[in-house]
Design a protein around this ligand. Structure first.
Ligand code: ADP
Ligand code: MG
Length: 258
C-alpha cells in the first residue's frame, strides 16, 4: 500500500474536509440543521449521538447521496455541492455504509476488485489488490470463497479492504462495529488505525461512543441534527453531561431507541 494516498498534494494544517452550515432532509422537514465542522488531514474523527440524530444523513450528504438544501461541503479545497456520488468517489472519498454491502454470491476477491470499478487500468487494479491482500491476510486466505460464507466481522474487514481499492484520502465509515462482538470490534478498529497510519483520514460514526472516541483524535456529538459539542476524543469522553448521556452514565430521554 502506498504510504501517501494519491489524491491531492498534502498540505499540512489544511482541512481535508470542511462542512459549513449544512442543512438537509428527505422531503419533509430538515434533518440536518446547519451542521459545521472540519476534518484535518490524517486525523480520525468520530461522530457520536443518539439514534435518529442525523449521523447517517450527514454522511450520505457528504458523499453526495443526498443533496443538501443549504450549506457547503469542501474536500481538498473544492466544493462537492452538486456532484454525483461517483464523482465524489473519484475525488478520493470512499464510504463504507452501515448495512452489509458485499455481494454475497461473489467471491471475496471479486468483491474487493469491484472497489476499483472506476479504475480502468487492470494492472493498477491487480497491484492494489495484491497490496491489500498483504495488509488483510483474510482477504488472501478467503479469496476464492463466497463473501456470503464469511462471518459478519470478516465481511466488515473485506468491506474495509475494498474501500482501499480507489486509494482514497478520506474513508467514511458508518458504524463499522455494529453487530460485532468485542474481539472482532477490536480487530476492525485495529485495521482502521492501520489505514490511518498509512496516511488516510478517517471519518466515522460510532454507536459505541466510548470505543469510537478512544480510537479517534477528535469527536463530534450530533444531537437532533445539530452539533452539540466537538473537541478531542478525550474532551468529549470527559465532558460530564455527554458522559452521562451517551457513555453509560445516567439513563435519560436521549438513550438510543434501539
Ligand atoms: N431515507 C429516509 N427517508 C426519510 N427519512 C429518513 C431517511 N433516512 C433517515 N430518515 C430520518 O432521518 C432522521 C435521522 O436519521 P439518521 O440520519 O439515520 O440518524 P442516525 O444515523 O443518527 O441514527 C430520522 O428521523 C430518520 O427516521
Ligand atoms: Mg445511522
Amino acid at each position: 500500500m502506498t504510504s501517501s494516498p494519491g489524491n491531492g498534494a498534502a498540505r499540512a494544517g489544511e482541512a481535508l474536509l470542511a462542512v459549513d452550515g449544512l442543512t438537509a432532509g428527505y422531503g419533509g422537514g430538515d434533518i440536518l440543521k446547519g451542521v459545521s465542522f472540519s476534518v484535518a488531514r490524517h486525523e480520525i474523527m468520530c461522530i457520536v449521538g443518539p439514534n435518529g440524530s442525523g449521523k447517517s444523513t450527514l454522511l450520505s450528504t457528504i458523499v453526495g447521496i443526498l443533496r443538501p438544501r443549504r450549506g457547503q461541503i469542501a474536500f481538498q479545497g473544492e466544493s462537492l455541492i452538486g456532484l454525483a456520488p461517483r464523482q465524489v468517489l473519484s475525488k478520493g472519498m470512499v464510504m463504507v455504509p452501515q448495512a452489509h454491502s458485499l455481494f454475497a454470491g461473489m467471491t471475496v476477491r471479486e468483491n474487493v476488485e469491484m472497489g476499483a470499478f472506476t479504475v480502468g487500468d487492470s494492472r493498477v487494479v491487480r497491484r492494489r489488490r495484491e497490496e491489500i491482500e498483504e495488509m488483510f491476510p483474510l482477504v488472501r486466505e478467503r479469496a476464492r470463497d463466497k463473501a456470503g460464507s464469511l462471518s459478519g466481522g470478516q465481511q466488515r474487514l473485506v468491506e474495509l479492504a475494498r474501500s482501499l481499492m480507489l486509494d482514497p484520502s478520506l474513508i467514511v465509515l458508518d458504524e463499522p462495529s455494529i453487530g460485532l462482538d468485542p474481539p472482532t470490534r477490536r480487530s476492525v478498529f485495529g485495521m482502521i488505525r492501520l489505514m490511518n497510519q498509512q496516511g488516510r483520514t478517517i471519518l466515522l460514526v460510532e454507536q459505541n461512543a466510548r470505543a469510537g472516541l478512544k480510537l479517534s483524535t477528535r469527536g463530534l456529538v450530533l444531537e437532533n441534527g445539530k452539533v452539540r459539542l466537538s473537541g478531542t476524543g478525550r474532551e468529549i469522553l470527559e465532558h460530564p453531561e455527554i458522559s452521562s448521556l451517551y457513555l453509560g452514565g445516567a439513563v435519560s430521554s436521549a438513550t438510543p431507541r434501539s
